[in-house]
Design a protein around this ligand. Structure first.
Ligand code: C2E
Ligand code: MG
Ligand code: MG
Ligand code: MG
Length: 285
């Protein structure tokens, strides 16, 4: 029975070390088809400056609308795509799609704010990544300053390569942020070596701010450190007004989280832009 369920639901297997190779192969085939059949879509989560009350960005988050298995969240298939290499073409599609959508929104008169795109390690280590990014910007006509790439600390192990690549990306005029900051193991000394713009405080620290003094201290420390290093800082996973107030008191003005909006599809993102001022007025910012 478990086997049968497993066949119908490979979500169970992606998390286990010994997901059978047949099922991985099946998933890989499904992924190839998914790209061709446009089963991938992007949702967007707004980022807000709580002091100015402005929307300051949108993070693109990938979803897979599988014809039989329904909506599959990224945590279920991206690890497999990273392993089998499919993340490279999928990631290219994400980058292109996010830039194209952002340009379209700007042309339609919605707020001009950057779009953030998550990169995986496999993408980051591609020698021609900066050229790829430049090409996507050219093709979509998006100004570089409206693209932000999110990296994680685990990608930056090869310091020399990281610095070289980040310098090239920065020269394109795009923004770079470190996602899930605080959960990796990179040395703090790299922060001054890497030409990055922003730290994203990981959701796991924000979650327990109000209950766990250690997490509250970590968050306050990351914010202070970012300020001293002249980096921008944004908190992920803000769900309550109490978290919001704590962050503000500690001089973190940029936030992202369910308190404002979950990641939403294109049409809802458009209504979000349109209704934001009214919504903001009711949010006790
Ligand atoms: P991430 O980049 O750290 O994205 C934030 C995740 O936290 C998203 O999950 C988002 O839905 C969730 N989140 C945002 N606000 C809240 C909140 O207030 N409370 C809670 N509980 N959760 C919140 P999602 O969309 O499932 O994405 C998970 C991860 O998958 C992302 O983490 C990112 O690492 C990865 N991912 C998503 N899209 C892509 C992509 O296009 N390419 C790559 N390489 N990775 C992606
Ligand atoms: Mg992210
Ligand atoms: Mg992440
Ligand atoms: Mg994150």
């Amino acid at each position: 029975r478990a086997k049968e369920q497993g066949r119908n639901n490979y979500q169970l297997y992606t998390h286990s070390m010994n997901m059978r190779s047949m099922e991985r192969l099946q998933m890989e085939n499904d992924m190839r088809r998914a790209l061709a059949d446009e089963q991938f879509i992007l949702h967007y989560q707004p980022q807000v400056n709580v002091t100015t009350g402005e929307v300051i960005g949108m993070e693109a988050l990938l979803r897979w609308k599988h014809p039989e298995r329904g909506m599959i969240p990224p945590g279920r298939f991206i690890p497999v795509a990273e392993e089998n290499g499919m993340i490279v073409p999928i990631g290219k599609w994400v980058l292109y799609q996010a830039c194209k959508q952002n340009k379209e929104w700007q042309d339609l008169g919605y707020a001009k704010v950057p779009v953030s795109v998550n990169l995986s390690t496999r993408q980051f280590v591609q020698q021609n990544l900066p050229e790829q990014v430049a090409e996507v910007l050219r093709e979509t006509g998006l100004e570089p300053r409206y693209l932000e790439l999110e990296l994680t600390e685990s990608m930056t192990l090869d310091v020399e390569y990281t610095v070289k690549t980040l310098v090239q990306l920065k020269q394109l005029g795009i923004q770079i942020s470190i996602d899930d900051f605080g959960t990796g193991y990179s040395s703090l000394s790299y922060l001054k070596k890497f030409p990055i713009h922003k730290l994203k405080i990981d959701r796991s620290f924000v979650r327990d701010i109000m209950d766990d003094p250690n997490d509250a201290a970590i968050v306050a420390t990351i914010i202070a450190m970012a300020r001293h290093l002249k980096l921008q800082v944004i908190a992920e996973g803000v769900e309550t007004v109490e978290q919001l107030h704590y962050l503000r008191e500690n001089h973190c003005h940029e936030v992202q989280g369910y308190y404002f909006s979950e990641p939403i599809p294109k049409d809802k993102a458009e209504s979000f832009f349109s209704n934001w001022n009214e919504v903001a007025a009711g949010l006790h910012l």
